[in-house]
Design a protein around this ligand. Structure first.
Ligand code: KG4
Ligand code: ZN
Length: 354
């Protein structure tokens, strides 16, 4: 069956391969027609983290099956597809290349426009999938394996970074913390699960703060390396004393320190900038303690907070398709000459089009 699409936005097929998920989705406007994610967790688990060469190989092995499944689930054929999109930056270069090469090849063969998408813009657009009425301006707290950013969203493609991490990203802190506690990769979900039975006040962990040259602290920037060191020291001290590790209490206290720091900086930023709406995105947006703390604090401050549903927090292609759909509707297209980039600031998003 082919969908009737009169007056509906043309579906966009998007591919996401920036890290360790091979993902393909088809989205019409803000409506998800299919969302296929092939996780590579098993392939990387023995190494305790993502191995770039293994990721590229896995993407190659999985991409065709993901494409076929996304088209099948959306019950859409190529005649209906308006454009083909792929994450072009930032990410692992070899991994990005697989998705971008597949997308460009399909765009050429099927005679469709191609759109390159900034991965972080995708995480911002994940909020539109769960809350289609969301409109800028709003503040986005973007917390993933590679980023911890506070972003003022002005319009499609118009972003201003107000805060960032000075060292580890929040997801990286979870992953490293989990390793210290002997928990499995990826660390965020493992700490979240272990913390369920623990006491978040059992151990006092520091809130990372960035000193300013003139005195005081940076109001929005984060730092998580001190927290990781504090956990390492505490684990060593407990091990040297011959005590069994109170993993649940350590996980709950560590998780709460991250949630507390992020909540405090986010609220301050929203209030200072007069923003009454907050959208949270990225894998760490799935964290139960962060969701609970932000919900309570926003309610108290009269700020409307939106979290994507869990499947749109971690990497997926539906969020990439949703961002591409917004650019496509504005008449923007990318050149087939557009290359992948391991780093690219979110503010540079407009450079991907025209
Ligand atoms: O957004 P994402 O899937 O990939 C990147 O763009 O980095 O985020 C992955 C990160 C990992 O560090 C993972 O440990 C973390 O998100 N994560 C979580 C949870 N689920 C995933 N961190 C804390 N709590 C969770 N429930
Ligand atoms: Zn991501």
């Amino acid at each position: 069956m082919t969908l009737s699409l009169e007056s509906a936005p043309a579906p966009i097929l998007a591919i996401e391969t920036s890290c360790d998920e091979t993902a393909v989705a088809i989205v019409a406007g803000r409506r998800v027609l299919s969302n296929v994610v092939a996780s590579q967790i098993a392939a990387h688990q023995d190494y305790g983290g993502v191995v770039p060469e293994v990721a590229s190989r896995q993407h190659l092995l999985l991409i065709n099956a993901c494409l076929a499944q996304a088209l099948e689930e959306a019950q859409t054929d190529w005649a209906d597809i308006g454009a083909v999109a792929a994450t072009v930056a930032p990410g692992l270069v070899g991994a990005l290349m697989v998705g971008v090469t597949a997308a460009k090849t399909l765009a050429l063969c099927r005679r469709k426009p191609f759109l390159g998408v900034h991965h972080l813009e995708g995480h911002i657009y994940a909020s539109y999938l769960s809350e289609p009425t969301l409109e800028p301006p709003f503040l986005c707290l973007l917390v993933s394996g590679g980023h911890t950013s506070l972003i003022r969203v002005e319009a499609c493609g118009v972003y201003r970074q107000l805060g960032a991490t000075r060292d580890d990203a929040a997801g990286e802190a979870f992953d490293k913390g989990a390793r210290l506690l002997g928990l499995s990769y990826p660390g965020g979900p493992a700490i979240d699960r272990a913390a369920q039975g623990g006491n978040p006040r059992a151990f006092a962990f520091p809130e990372g703060r960035i000193s300013l040259p003139g005195g005081g602290y940076h109001p929005y920037d984060s730092s998580f390396s001190g927290l990781k060191t504090a956990l390492l020291r505490r684990v060593k001290a407990l091990q040297e004393a011959g005590d069994p590790l109170p993993v649940a209490d350590l996980a709950a206290s560590f998780q709460d320190a991250i949630a507390r720091a992020l909540t405090q900086k986010t609220l301050r930023c929203a209030q200072d900038h007069g923003l009454k709406t907050l959208a949270v995105g990225g894998g760490v947006a799935a964290n139960s303690a962060l969701r609970a703390r932000l919900r309570d604090a926003c309610q108290e401050a009269g700020i409307q907070v939106y979290f994507p549903s869990l499947k749109f927090c971690t990497d997926n292609a539906a969020m990439i398709a949703c961002a591409a759909a917004a650019h496509f509707e504005r008449g923007e297209r990318s050149s087939l000459e557009l290359g992948v980039q391991s780093r690219l600031s979110l503010e540079a998003t407009p450079s991907l089009y025209g």
